[in-house]
Design a binder for this molecule. Structure first.
Ligand SMILES: *Cc1c(COP(=O)(O)O)cnc(C)c1O
Length: 358
């Protein structure tokens, strides 16, 4: 077996142990005589998987009985549409922060549905920063406010969540369960599963029951949050396999200890940022105070050197380091499941590359 160090932004590396357990159980899931992909979503074997996945996730987030966890297909991008369809009524306003590519996409979807106030706009400074505390202008009585916790493409992270005065909705696709966070300050938070939670194919949506109940009943059933909260995401056939791997990944997080993982995440990122800051050759893309611990982005002196860096790294077993095409440069995505050894390998490679080409 030869696994590479996979720095992909998403779909991203999964814990090896989760993959190996899934492999073991693939053809015959724990004596059921069939795989999780083949069994009824109404049967007791699948039901146990479904319930345990939700319970473990809720425990890890520290959210209680007033919350529902839903599995919704269409990824985080479908949430960009569902949120305003459910919660942005005709005579209402929703507040959106424009912090980078993803939050900008979310706000553009909302603009198709209703009135949007851009509460802070750092469009011209993308990809270097997030709005600062004092920059937000929230609307009193807004239907809700929307922020993105971590802009995956720029590598900038919101370090402190604003007090918006309205139900706060947060896109946490790339940094959910990666650091200490009070999840009870939100009305809803969601993540495309393929970065920190599991395989692609769904968004994991945590929503307060009382918030879900406020949603529009005039939209199609499958687009209403209450359909998922009232039927425990079993109104129709859910993405069973994705939910199973998500549940296994949550068990892995629990086993590793989330405090331990959070500490490791900070250490992994620091190792790379230290090389960047200690050199006149590499230059961080995001400003220091907004730096993400999940997606580390940086530039080299020329685009030719960047291409060479990415190519030589790939040849040395470090894959998918190319930055997003809208930003360029290099991006190392180092989610929960990314191993420390991979970071050490990258750091050594960076130092060596600078020595040869600096
Ligand atoms: C990847 C990503 C998305 C889009 O996720 P899909 O599941 O592909 O729709 C949205 N927001 C953020 C912050 C992301 O990183």
């Amino acid at each position: 077996m030869s696994r590479v160090y996979n720095f992909s932004a998403g779909p991203a590396v999964l814990p090896l142990e989760v993959l190996q357990n899934a492999q073991q159980d693939l053809v015959d899931y724990k004596g059921c005589g069939m795989s999780v992909m083949e069994m009824s979503h109404r049967g007791k074997d699948y039901d146990a998987i479904h319930q345990e996945a939700i319970a473990t996730f809720k425990e890890l987030c520290g959210i209680g009985d007033d919350w529902c966890v839903c599995f919704i297909q269409g990824g985080a991008s479908m949430q960009f549409a569902m949120i305003p369809m459910n919660f942005l009524g005709k005579d209402q306003v929703a507040d959106y922060a424009n912090q980078g590519t993803w939050s900008n996409k979310a706000l553009k979807e909302a603009q198709k549905i209703g009135n949007v106030n851009v509460a802070a706009n750092c469009q011209k400074d993308i990809p270097t920063r997030m709005p600062a505390d004092g920059e937000f202008k929230w609307t009193p009585g807004a239907a809700y406010s929307h922020v993105c916790a971590n802009e995956t493409i720029s590598g900038a992270e919101l370090k402190k969540f604003p007090d918006t005065g309205s139900p706060l909705v947060c896109d946490m696709s790339s940094d959910i369960l990666s650091c200490e966070r009070d999840y009870n300050q939100f009305a809803m938070f969601y993540a495309g599963a393929q970065k920190n939670l599991g395989p692609s194919g769904m968004a994991v949506v945590a929503i307060r029951k009382e918030f879900a109940e406020k949603g529009s009943q005039a939209i199609p059933t499958m687009l209403q949050y209450r359909t998922y909260t009232e039927e425990n995401s079993l109104f129709n056939t859910p993405p069973c396999w994705s939910i199973y791997i998500f549940g296994e990944t949550m068990k892995w997080v629990k086993k590793m200890g989330k405090e331990n993982l959070f500490k490791l995440n900070a250490e992994k990122a620091k190792k790379i940022y230290d090389v960047i800051d200690g050199s006149g050759f590499y230059r961080g893309t995001a400003l220091k105070e907004y730096r993400s611990n999940m997606n580390v982005t940086w530039r080299l002196p020329t685009e030719e050197l960047e291409a060479q860096f990415i190519k030589e790294a790939a040849a040395a077993g470090m894959k998918s380091l190319k930055g997003h095409r809208s930003v360029g440069g290099v991006r190392a995505s180092i989610y929960n499941a990314f191993p420390m050894e991979g970071v050490d390998c990258l750091v050594d490679f960076m130092k060596e590359f600078e020595k040869k080409n600096g």
